[in-house]
Design a protein around this ligand. Structure first.
Ligand SMILES: Cc1cc2nc3c(=O)[nH]c(=O)nc-3n(C[C@H](O)[C@H](O)[C@H](O)COP(=O)(O)OP(=O)(O)OC[C@H]3O[C@@H](n4cnc5c(N)ncnc54)[C@H](O)[C@@H]3O)c2cc1C
Length: 418
């Protein structure tokens, strides 16, 4: 029998968007989340609806360039050694997923889902009564030297970019940077077919406000354990139980443990990213999110300030931040002459990533009342709205808009740890 009520476990962008879509489809929905917004990757991300990122990072190219990207050599990639027990088995699966055939099928799957990302966001913004969530179109990738520009452009010209397209920036496109930086870029490309949200947390707040206004219940608690039976029971850390006819697991980088309890392997790792944000700045409102490729840094202007993000650090989602990484970000901003607070808001958060860099979206084969949506890696904001539509289709026993076979969690094998 098709469930009429759902527990949504996790209130990041994936859980919030899905709760609202499930509610709009007529289900009674309770969203359970501990209620600390800064814990979620959805809080401090860079807000870019990245329709162009169709190439999974599990690739031969990633393996080839791996040594040069290490933090110890000035790059963005790092590993928390005390968490090696978490990422070492993940890394073996990553290497296996990087073979050319798997990369090609992953790229086909990402191309399909990402083509729906921006239209789905426009529909979701409409549903939540907050069309202003989508703030501006486009993305810029810029370079500080002609040599880096030549190399970078060559790389982008060889890359697939899905439904997004780019053109070289001209003098008019580059001029606004000279007004807001001491060392402006010499060249860049400008994407169309992508967009930016007004602010990630503001987008999540708008979804939650609409969900509550529609009668949705929000419980501030952590789920320790999910069990199936006649009904799905969620045991809460704080004591007590919540129950419904169905459940959606949308717990981001923390989803692995809940899935393991259900006998399903879900090798999700936390790829921790770092952000700094300044309320005071002089960044031009018209500038899109800008990738400074040589600095491995993205800068986005939001309603509450200017944010810069970088780094991929493999480790536990709950580990404290590494202050060296915030300092590097702050130094890079200062070297470029971008006006920024000397005491910015510092944040670290976990991108939830599966070894093949495809999300897990579907219905458990062992218990069809349990849906899952996690593992959206660097693209969880991008894919939140389309993921929500797909989970609502599954819940309503309707054919989803795209083939979900590549996103089955069972692709990682049967029961066990991983
Ligand atoms: C620096 C940085 C920049 C990024 N930039 C972009 C970008 O520009 N565009 C893009 O598309 N993506 C970006 N991302 C990735 C994006 O932020 C994530 O993919 C996305 O936020 C994941 O959303 P989520 O809802 O799955 O997980 P989360 O946002 O992490 O939310 C999971 C929620 O589940 C809760 N939870 C965990 N365990 C339990 C439990 N047992 N019971 C109840 N609740 C639980 C957590 O507390 C949390 O609130 C970026 C990420 C980082 C770190």
């Amino acid at each position: 029998m098709q469930p009429k009520s759902y527990l949504v476990i996790g209130g990041g962008l994936i859980g919030a968007a899905s709760a609202l879509r499930l509610q709009a489809a007529g289900f009674a929905v309770t969203l359970i989340d501990p209620g600390d917004p800064r814990r979620a990757a959805s809080f401090g991300n860079i807000g870019h609806i990245a329709a162009e990122q169709v190439s999974p990072l599990a690739s031969r190219e990633s393996l080839r360039t791996f040594p040069g990207r290490l933090f110890g050599l000035g790059g963005p990639l790092d590993f928390r050694w005390r968490d090696a027990g978490l990422w070492a088995p993940w890394a073996l699966r990553f290497i296996a997923a990087s073979n050319p055939d798997r990369h090609a099928s992953g790229q086909a799957a990402l191309t399909t889902i990402l083509a729906h990302a921006l239209p789905a966001w426009r529909r979701l913004a409409e549903l939540s009564g907050a069309p202003g969530i989508i703030a501006r179109e486009g993305l810029a990738v810029v370079w500080m030297s002609p040599q880096a520009a030549e190399r970078g452009l060559c790389g982008w010209e060889r890359s697939a970019t899905g439904s997004a397209a780019f053109r070289r920036m001209d003098g008019d496109d580059l001029a606004p940077y000279a007004a807001v930086m001491a060392r402006p870029p010499v060249a860049g490309i400008r994407f169309s077919g992508t967009a930016q949200v007004s602010e990630p947390q503001a987008a999540r707040d708008a979804l939650m406000t609409a969900f509550r206004a529609g009668g949705g219940e929000v419980v501030h608690a952590g789920v320790t354990h999910l069990t199936g039976g006649n009904r799905i029971l969620a045991r809460l850390e704080e004591g007590g139980v919540r129950e419904a006819e169905g459940a959606l697991i949308a717990a981001g980088a923390w989803a692995g443990r809940l899935m393991r309890d259900l006998g399903v392997k879900a090798p999700v790792i936390a790829e921790r990213g770092y952000s700094v944000q300044s309320a005071e700045h002089g960044w031009d409102e018209a500038l899109p999110p800008t990738v400074f490729e040589e600095q491995s840094m993205v800068v986005s202007r939001f309603t509450s300030g200017l944010r810069a993000s970088s780094f991929v650090e493999f480790g536990s989602p709950d580990a404290p931040g590494d202050p060296r990484k915030w300092r590097v970000l702050e130094r890079r901003l200062s070297d470029l002459g971008i006006r920024f607070s000397p005491e910015p808001d510092r944040w670290v958060g976990p991108r939830p990533t599966l070894p093949d860099y495809l999300p897990a979206i579907g219905r458990l084969e062992s218990d069809p009342r349990i849906l899952y949506a996690f593992g959206h890696q660097h693209l969880g904001l991008t894919m939140a709205a389309i993921t929500a539509e797909l989970t609502a289709s599954l819940a309503g026993d309707r054919d989803p808009a795209i083939d979900l076979t590549p996103f089955r969690i069972e692709r990682f094998g049967g029961a066990g740890r991983w």
